[in-house]
Design a protein around this ligand. Sequence first.
Ligand SMILES: Cc1ncc(COP(=O)(O)O)c(C=O)c1O
Length: 348
Amino acid sequence: MIDLFSDTQTRPTTGMRDAMARAEVGDEQSDSDPTTLALCERVADLLGQEAGVFMPSGTMCNLVAILVQTRPGDEIIVDDQSHIYNTEAAGSAAIGGVSVMALKTPAGVYTPEAFAAAIRPSARTAPRSALVSIEQTTSFSGGSVWALPDMRRIRDIAHERGLRAHIDGARLLNAVAATGIAAKDYAQGFDSAWIDLSKGLGCPVGAVLCGTRAFIAEAWRWKYRLGGAMRQSGILAAAGLYALDHHVDQLVRDNAHAALLRDRIAGAPGLAIDEGAAQSNILCFSVEPLGVTAAAFAQACLAEGVRVRAIGAHQIRATTHLEVDEPSILRAAEVIRAEAERLSARAG
Ligand SMILES: Cc1ncc(COP(=O)(O)O)c(C=O)c1O
């Protein structure tokens, strides 16, 4: 099967498993797991931040960043297709007592002006706008890459107006691969930022949340409180270090594969592909003109050995990753195209 469902579907390689088996370990909870400490330092350095903390998941990175930087009754500002808003089980509300202002965006990217307009004026009747989050790259809206000047403008507006600024960097390194802009340039001046290890980097688990030393001290308190503190986590951190050594360069190839898929299915009848689609390793397109649901389209592709993801009623998402090579992309394109042609012929 050619699995384009998500870049979370990768399995650890033999090299990664070897590195995990050889990892030097200690007790993470008391800061004495050397491999985890090395990973945190490495990612903090990559993001140009003072310190980092190893987390079981990106979801926990987002939640903890919100918990540290808000109080119950505050509001956070995100885009309406963001992971925080759609798929984190409303953790910010359930655990942090925080409401979410979700900005309508065409591709997960809002403008600095839209952000500035969304900040609430101070009033005793209103929630306090406390934190803004940028998803670099966007997930459910097709891997869009935020422009650095817009990110910086949003960061600066946030700080001028008394908000903190956060980067959900689940796929930040795919943005780096797409633009050549360093991760630390994207993260510069942000109050919190993280990268996921279990997506394009191909690790089985883990993410690293970074910020100032003071922020990380508070983040640790929440990590512990939420049950995220670990023991011999060096086994997992070793996978992260291995991935940073061996799996970063191939993100360029993953991005190119998404563009290749786009080019190969462009013009197929009944597929609506936005201009500017596939800016990184995710391609979204709509099957609405074919008069079928995304779920039915995805099912038909699966029957031919290609797994894509239905997002909403008509959107299909295909995500490339290290287990997908060029022949697989060409085959996936054939299957998607053939299915579009079959359905459009049927529709007459
Ligand atoms: C943009 C974004 N943020 C956060 C997450 C959550 O990461 P994790 O699956 O590691 O919890 C994901 C996962 O798909 C994501 O795509």
